[in-house]
Structure formats: structure tokens, C-alpha cells
Design a binder for this molecule. Sequence first.
Ligand SMILES: O=C(O)CCC(=O)C(=O)O
Ligand SMILES: [Fe+2]
Length: 704
Amino acid sequence: MDVFTSNPSLSKEELRNIADKLLAHRTYGPPKPEPIGQPTVWADARMDLCETLHYFRSYQGACHSTGGFVRGFMFDKVAHLRDYIDSNVVIARAGGGQVKDKESGEMKASGDQVEGTTSQNLRNCMAHYNPVVIITGADNPHMPSQPPHQYCVLDYFKPTHIWTEKSGKSNIVRYRLEKLNAQKISWWSPKTHPDTIALGSLPPPFVRSCGTCAKESTQIYLNGWMCLSPSCPSFWLILPSSADSPHTSPREPAEADLTYDPRFLKAHTPWPNDAHEYTLKPVPASLSHHDVPGEDTSEAFTRGLVCPDCGRCTPRLSWSGWECPCSWTYMLPHTLIPALSIREPLWPLSDAYTCSRDTHSPLVRVSVSFAHGYRVNRYAIPGIDGFVTHMIANQTVVQERGGPDDMFEALQGLDIGLRRRPLEGAMLKGGLFTRHLAVNYGMPYKFIAATASHAFPAPSHPVSAARSRLTWAARHCLSAASHQDRAAFTTHPFNEVLALCYFESQRISYHDDGESGLGPTIATLSLGAPGLMRIRLKAKHHHGVSNAGVYTPASPVPGCIAYKARRALAPDLALLKGQISPTAFRHRLKQIPHELGLTARGTARDVLALHVAHGDVVVMHGRALQAYYEHSVEHAGKLRFALTARYIDPESLGEGEGPGYVVGGDEGGYDGGMLREGMRVVQKGDEGADAVENDGGSATQHSL
Ligand SMILES: O=C(O)CCC(=O)C(=O)O
Ligand SMILES: [Fe+2]
């Protein structure tokens, strides 16, 4: 290559020869040669990558930016034909600005692309010398070698150029990135055709100012210098004055003939931190030597680790720690979070009935009663045959022997098999897992593999004790329900407990518990950090229309959009259903949203927000409640458990889904009534007898 370095003004022919050499062995798509090395960091699944790496946390897009700076790019299957990757340089099209062509299914430009936030963030990186990590997907057609895993981290790169050019009829924005430390070996260099032209070994790229707009542009293609300022009348035109142009008037280059100028490809852009070592492996969270309660359940410990043996991004999937399929494991000791340490100083507990912090929409009616150390807030939701009851514990309850304090501490000392479970139907490559950990006891819950269910342990075990307490609580709440509902609970008592565990910043997003095969009553015991449970109408019931523009024919409930108009429509619609063909009925369902002006945008406001503190129980009853409403729970502490008891009809389980053990009845026989003795506030009369009705005009309303 000396011939080129010693000759700063290479002829056009010499440059063409170099370009030919550079591009000769490029293959678009497989098969590709093997790389000379192996990535130090890689992942099988997108979730693993995003949970592990600080520089790439984008589950969908190709770019991860934070605070105005790009941190990482992921270049995979979707690529522009002129994208380019060699051992040191990557040229890529900016993301976005494309739509799926209805006929071909291909991504096509949706108009002229302009520099957006990502370009601005890249310019910030250039100004501040912040390098950016590039990750490749296995299906990236421009890789010079075959990446050995689904996602492989290349290295740190410096963005050097951002410019606009034309592709087809539209403008596109493009980036050039150059490896930060060109001295480092690039593992992705192809074994068969190593890159022999070093960065900076050719004359510098040709730069000149435009005669029309006076702005400087770099020559990207050997076909000729062009102004790259999209607002200039000379944009993307090879001028006749250019020595390269065979034409007598300004012309756009033929796209198929565009050949990169090797002076541009192989330019070296020195940065003062070129030789600095930035880490590709995130710094793993480590425990201090102080046995700090909550340290090992803090957010840092929910993140993945790069396996020190094989480089795989390994998410934390279990209570006990990290497990890489290559056999490396990292298990952490847990420091007990004492139950006393989660008491809220500004919300002190005593033997008196605890005050309420729940809020609800004016449409919701609350009736309050006090029994056995629990304040019992019972919420009636209009239009729904069912209720939500929040039983708020006082100090007597949480300190009871074998009660919430003891359960919370016992659960921390045991590994009850808590693991994150895969979310079915997730569209993410490599799958997606819930953020929280879960384990099932008793009758298998079909959304958890049957093998991950366990027989109920001894009555004193916190899981069995929770079932017993929840059975009592549900019975207590159902005492005001119909005879039928009470009888149903007696014949079908809770036979399953799903234990959920949330570390810091983990939560469960909106969902319902109305899967087929479940009984109508569900009860949850909260332990540990105080949570906030929100309940709202599902979007399709709120708006009355699905995302696909189909009217929701179910009867509307008060508080939904266009309630009166939808209610007026209901009888006719019910009649019509039996009279016309399913196709005609569906056609009608598509008309109604237009007639009523319904759109599916946005979500409903919460109708209820319950502060579910340590020891509290929430009982939800009624199939309609689950059909119409959804709930979510978040918390702001270091550790929270939610133990939910349900009845699961064994008949609803498919072949091979049944338990491999006997699911017996509750042996704990918990009776909250036993607490009355030790209470300072003795309740007058029987359970619920001193209930106070509170309608929509009360001070407990909130403006949700
Ligand atoms: O965390 C909670 O309190 C709620 C749990 C829940 O909604 C569920 O298990 O379905
Ligand atoms: Fe739930």
C-alpha cells in the first residue's frame, strides 16, 4: 500500500482500482466467510441484550440514545443496498422514514428523510468525542463475515460524517462510523480476505464548497463530487465542471453505478481518546461488605450479566441468581430485609384500624367496615356484577404470629422456586420474559408450565399460610354476596397460589385474571414494600371500538365513552345478531364507530387506585369485573411479594397439564376472628355490621 501513501494525489484510475479491490469480496447476504475471531459480548435474544448492556436498551429500534447522545446502534436485516461494513468502517442509513409497501411488503421511503433526533444525538457524540457501540444481527447482509450468534457486539465507533443523499426519488440520511481504536483487531474481519488498507493510508477525502450554496461537502462517491446540502438547487448533481463528469449539464448519478471513493471509506479521523479502553462488558453490580438489606434486590441486580466464560448476555431469571447455559452460574446471598424496616414512617401502624389512602372515581361506591384488625373497603363498580374489596391490615394483623411480618421474612429465607416466566406470543426475537418472578403452588396455572408447579407445602409454610388467610378473607368478603356465590366458593375453594416477587422497579402491567377455567373470586396478599394497584376499564370497553375499528357489542358500563348512545343501541344490536348473517352483523359493527364518532385512541383513566400495603388483602369477585376491567401493580421499594389464590377447575387443564401430586384442601384453617381478643378497638356487633355507606359525593373521591 506504500504506493498510495507516498502518493497523495492518486489518479482516478488508481482510486477505481483500490475501490474494486475493497469491494471485490463483499457478499450481500449469506453464505459468508468465517470471522477471524469471536465477539467478546453476544446474545441469543434481544431481551437479553437490552437487559444486560448499558449501551443498547432499545427493544425495537436500531438506535439507543439517552440524554441527547447515541449510545449504541444495532444493524440487522433491514439495510440499505449502499450500506457498508468492513473491519473498521460502517456506513448505514439513518432509521425511520420508511413504510411497508402494501403490495410487495418491502420497506419503502415514505418521502424525503430529514436529519432528526438521532442525527442530532450523533452530532453531540462527535462534538463531545463520545464513542458509540455497534452491534450486528446475524442477518445483517453487509457483514464481511458470518456473525456466530444472533446478536454480536462489534466495538466502539466514532461517528464521523452525517449527510443526505438521494435513493430512488427520495432523500435519505446516512452516517459513517469509524472504529475508535483502529489498532485493535476486529474479530469480524473475514478469515479469507483480510482488510489490507489501513485507515488513513490513502490521501484524505476530497472536500469542497458548493458554488451555489457555499456549503462544504465531502466527496462520497468516485462518480463525482456533489453538493450534499438537501436545500441547495445543486444537491446530488454531478456538475459538468467536475473533472469526473462526462456530461455537459448537471446530472444526478445513476444509482447502480455509484462506487464509494476509497479516500472517504479509508479516512482516519483522529480523536483524543482513540486509544482509551471503554468497556463492552457492563460493570456487574457487586455487593458491598456491609450486609445491606435490599442491596441485592435493587435495580442493578435485576440487570443481566455478561458470562465471563462465553461472553453471552445472561439475564437474571431467578430469585437465586444468574445461570448461563454454558454452565457458568452466579448465585448471590440475600440479606434479610426485616419486616420492621418496611414500615412507613409517615403512615404509622397501630392497633387502631388503619386509615385509608385509596382513591376512586365518583362513579364507584365504597362501603367501609372494620373487622378483625382489617379496615374493609368494599368497592361497587357500576354496571358490574361483582366487587373489589381492599382489606387494609393494622399492626395487630401484621405482627400476628405466622402473619404478614413472619411470612415476609420467611419467604426471603427460602428459595420457593421463583423464576421469570416466558410471555407467550411475544414478538421479540428470542422471546420475552415477565419482569417479575413467579412460582405456582397447587393446581397448575396453565400460563405456567405444569412442571413449574409445586404441591402445597406444610401449613406453616408462607405459601400455604397465605392460602389459608386468603380463603378466610374471601369468605369474609363473600358473606355479603349472594347465597349462590357463597355456595360456589364453598364447593370450589382456592386450590392454587401464584406467588409473584418484585425486585426494585419491577411491576405487573395492566392485565386481567379472567382466563377460562378460573373461579370468579381471586384474593391477593401483599407482603413487603407498599404497592399501588390501579384498576381501569379495558380500552375496547372504554372506547367501544377495537383497534381494528370494530364496535364492541358488549353492553356498555357507566363511565365509558358515549355511554348513553351505546346503551340506546344495545337492544337493537342484540336483536340484529340473531337475524342477520355473521358477515352482515360484522359489517354493521364496523359502521357503528363512524356513526357514533368512536376512536380507539388512548386508554381509560383508572377507576380505582388502592394503596396495597404490607399485610393487605385485595379480593376481586365477579367474572364481569375481569371481562371489563384490568389491573396493574407497581411499588417503589426494594422487595414486594404478592400471593394470589384462585380456584382452578381441574377439568380446564389439558392433557399433561394436570398436577403430578395431590392438591388437597386448606389445612391451615386460619381464622381472623381469633384476633378479636387482642385488639384494642373492639368492634360492635357482627362482621360488617358497622359498615358505613359512602356514596360518590364523599371526600374519598379523586379526580382520576
Ligand atoms: O402484585 C399484585 O398485587 C397483583 C398480582 C396480580 O395481579 C396477579 O397475580 O395476577
Ligand atoms: Fe392479576
